[in-house]
Design a protein around this ligand. Structure first.
Ligand SMILES: Nc1ncnc2c1ncn2[C@@H]1O[C@H](COP(=O)(O)OP(=O)(O)OP(=O)(O)O)[C@@H](O)[C@H]1O
Ligand SMILES: [Mg+2]
Length: 753
């Protein structure tokens, strides 16, 4: 059932198998087994994607699972028993992890003979699998296995976020729900049953003066109360578990969806609105796990209470039920208008939140431009709008609450009057005891209905909240099949072939019919006026926008065919404004390559010109960078970002105005290193300052998305008007005759350093 290929593991991107050293051999066996199984499902794994826990000798099953999942397969580490093995679908290979750390591939099962067929992943491709029975396998294997399948189509992660999805998650916890319901039923019985005793108490004990019965009833009461207390505790315990599980699932789902959204989404949606929308998830969770579950419990009680009431007096119970139905109908009539209002309330709140988050994020600009007044005005108007809408919604919501009061009061007190009348008119039909019980239990018929009112009202708000969450979580992800695609070993040759690209919603193309070839290892400058499409080229290269026409190839492979994470890992990108995470300098630099050694970190920092200031810091590489990196200057942050991009030693490095925020001295430092940085990789450097591109092998000149010229500096000076104009605008002190021969002012500065 498995196909053997001669080049079985040849292009797994791995070093040749190591035989010197047991650990290496065992490690190799694990990795080969995983690669084999993935290949069986049509996925070529890339070993650089295997993230090992630093310090661990062997990849743990969890590491292997993460690796497989990251490559678009469904994978799970599990403990299996022999009888499970025999039941496995024998068409798909399974990886068994032996006790000594090595691995085998289960390739077939013979249930009649009671044997499984195992392959040694280190064996030759044409080696036949060995039949192994239970006794033999038990000596080396205690049950650890990794199951792999093609990606599940029904994975809940891909499903739209709806109430059905949330309930799907909830109903996965069948055991907990069963326990909660069981406790609910018993609590309902235990709390309602004493009412019958109250009836006895009034009718018999008080009427006939039977002290014994009173003592007996008291004992029963005490036992039932204790029982109820214990059950309530158990039920709360289960509810807490259920809430936490639901919460965890929601959180995991939310974040993984968030990370899979394309940059386009973030550009089109303000951060504040996204944040607000996602916060709604907690409201939804509280509603489902709190309110809805509570309501469910109350209806359990109703199921117990109603038969008792009917038993005591069908006539009075019908009155109670009729009044309760009136309550429900009143509420029903108000539902639709309330729904419309709450939708507007949620929208207004989101708008309000956008202003808040924008002000907090942009507080520096707000302060320095003295925009406080404008921001406050914007905030005030949003607050007023939201408040007004909420007020109107609440006012409308007050109507059903008020209109239902007469019915509620009738259930609570009116029934007593009717019952009294009954007692007077036909003595014996209703006892005094049963009237008291109907009064007490009758209000418990209406209270679930009143909660229903509240829940239905909230449901409107929650429905609107689910809709808000949907806007974020159900936006199309960046690439549907993120794990698929080719994983070529990139060298960095770029070729544009009649490339045209228009931003979604854009009127005219940002790049028009661009055709050019950039050999691997080229240091290429990219210049042009503002808006000419320089950053767009950088974005296209990173696969941020993939809806272009024509071809964009890296090493001859069309970019859209390449596995996206693989592509981005082969790239380093430094933008004009870079984000540093909270953590030490070292953490930031090794962010994309956990486990990178200190030497590599220092090398990257030296290349980026960051070494000197890091060493001057009191804690050096362990200096903690706070949120928003206030403790490093703009120029220092930029150099750290360059170091971070260099740490992974990318084949292709894109610097988009990376040095424009630097002071002349730091810029000169980085520029002086550009040649060394570019060594062994392709570089695309976008810069407004042409002088910093003098070292480039080629410079591409763009204008309104068109390629104007592609040549070295001296050639461009001679033949490209746009380039010449830009150059002399920036270097007025140079005359046309001498320009080409002179090195850039920055380069001079750097040499003097
Ligand atoms: N995210 C976007 N959505 C829509 N249009 C965009 C987007 N980014 C850029 N554009 C448009 O595409 C064109 C090229 O923009 P691009 O950012 O590539 O220019 P640039 O050469 O990098 O300019 P600058 O030197 O100012 O950075 C511009 O007309 C711009 O308005
Ligand atoms: Mg730009």
């Amino acid at each position: 059932m498995l196909t053997d290929e001669d080049d079985e593991f040849a292009d797994a991107g791995a070093p040749a198998p190591v035989d010197n050293g047991l650990v290496d051999d065992i490690m190799e066996s694990r990795l080969r087994a995983i690669v084999y199984v993935a290949r069986y499902h049509g996925v070529d794994l890339d070993r650089t994607e295997l993230r090992l826990v630093p310090g661990a000798a062997l990849p743990a099953p969890a590491d292997l699972v993460v690796w497989l999942r990251g490559s678009g397969l469904w994978a799970q580490a599990d403990y299996l028993k022999w009888r499970h093995l025999l039941r496995i679908n024998s068409d798909e290979p399974v990886v068994l992890l032996f006790d000594d750390g090595s691995a085998a591939i289960l390739t077939g099962i013979d249930r009649e003979r009671g044997v499984v067929f195992l392959r040694d992943p280190r064996g030759a491709p044409n080696e036949l699998p060995v039949a192994v029975d239970e006794a033999r396998i038990r000596q080396v294997w205690s049950g650890e296995a990794i199951l792999v399948r093609p990606e599940r189509k029904d994975a809940t992660d891909r499903e739209p976020f709806t109430f059905a999805w949330i309930f799907g998650v909830l109903f996965k916890e069948k055991g907990l729900l069963r326990e909660i319901s069981f406790a609910g039923v018993v609590i309902a019985i235990v709390s309602v049953a004493p009412m019958l005793m109250v009836m006895m108490l009034i009718d018999q004990v008080l009427a006939h003066g039977s002290l014994n019965t009173l003592v007996y009833i008291t004992d029963m009461f005490i036992v039932l109360w204790m029982f109820e207390a214990i059950l309530t505790y158990v039920q709360q315990h289960c509810v807490a578990h259920l809430t936490v599980r639901l919460d965890t699932r929601l959180n995991l789902h939310m974040f993984s969806r968030l990370l899979s959204l394309p940059i386009d989404y973030y550009e089109q949606n303000p951060a504040g609105r996204t944040q607000y929308r996602l916060q709604q998830i907690y409201q939804v969770r509280a509603f489902v796990a709190g309110q809805l579950l509570g309501l469910f419990m109350q209806f359990f009680q109703l199921l117990i209470i109603l038969p008792i009431l009917f038993y005591i007096s069908a006539y009075l119970t019908w009155l109670v039920v009729a009044a309760s139905v009136c309550i429900a109908v009143t509420i029903f009539l108000f539902l639709k208008p309330l729904r419309a209002y709450y939708k507007r309330v949620v929208l207004a709140d989101a708008e309000k939140n956008t202003v808040l988050v924008e002000s907090v994020h942009g507080i520096r600009t707000v302060k320095s431009l003295a925009l406080e007044v404008q921001q406050r005005r914007a905030w005030d108007s949003k607050v007023a709008e939201a408040a007004q809408l909420r007020l109107r919604a609440m006012r409308l919501g007050a109507w059903p609450a008020a209109l239902t009061i007469p019915f509620q009061r009738f259930v609570e007190r009116g029934v007593m009057l009717v019952g009294g009348y009954e007692m007077l008119m036909s003595p014996g039909s209703v006892t005094f005891g049963s009237l008291v019980v109907i009064l007490i239990l009758g209000s418990r018929v209406s209270s679930p209905l009143v909660s229903l009112v509240r829940t239905l009202q909230d449901l409107e708000e929650v429905r609107a909240a689910v809709h808000e969450i949907q806007i974020v979580l159900d936006s199309p992800p960046e690439v549907v099949n993120i794990g698929r695609g080719l994983r070529p070993n990139l060298k960095g040759a770029i070729s544009f072939d009649d490339l045209t690209f228009t931003y979604p919603g854009g009127k005219s193309p940002a790049i028009r019919s661009l055709t050019a070839d950039i050999p691997a290892g080229t240091m290429m400058g990219l210049v042009g006026r503002s808006g000419s499409g320089k950053s767009t080229i950088a974005r296209l290269l990173q696969g941020i926008n993939r809806t272009y026409e024509g071809y964009l190839k890296i090493d001859g492979v069309e970019l859209r065919e390449i596995n996206l994470p693989h592509l981005r890992r082969s790239f380093g990108v430094v933008l004009q404004d870079n984000f540093l995470f909270r953590g030490t300098i070292r953490d930031n630099i090794i962010a994309s390559r956990p486990g990178l050694g200190m030497e590599e970190v220092v090398r990257a920092c030296r290349l980026a010109g960051a070494e000197e200031f890091i060493e001057r810091m009191p804690e050096g590489y362990d200096t903690f960078i706070e949120e928003g990196s206030p403790n490093v200057s703009g120029g220092q942050r930029q150099r750290l970002a360059i170091a971070r991009a260099l740490a992974s030693d990318p084949r292709l490095l894109i610097l988009d105005e990376a040095t424009s925020a630097l002071d002349p001295e730091s810029e000169a430092l980085v520029n002086a290193n550009l040649r060394r940085i570019a060594h062994g990789r392709t570089m695309v450097i976008v810069s407004h300052r042409l002088a910093s591109l003098l070292d480039c092998d080629l410079t591409m000149v763009l204008d309104r998305g068109r390629l104007i010229d592609l040549a070295p500096h001296t050639v461009l000076l001679e033949r490209c008007d746009i380039y010449r104009t830009l150059w002399f605008q920036q270097n007025r002190h140079l005359t046309q005759g001498t320009a080409g021969a002179l090195p850039a002012p920055d380069a001079v500065a750097a040499q003097g350093d």
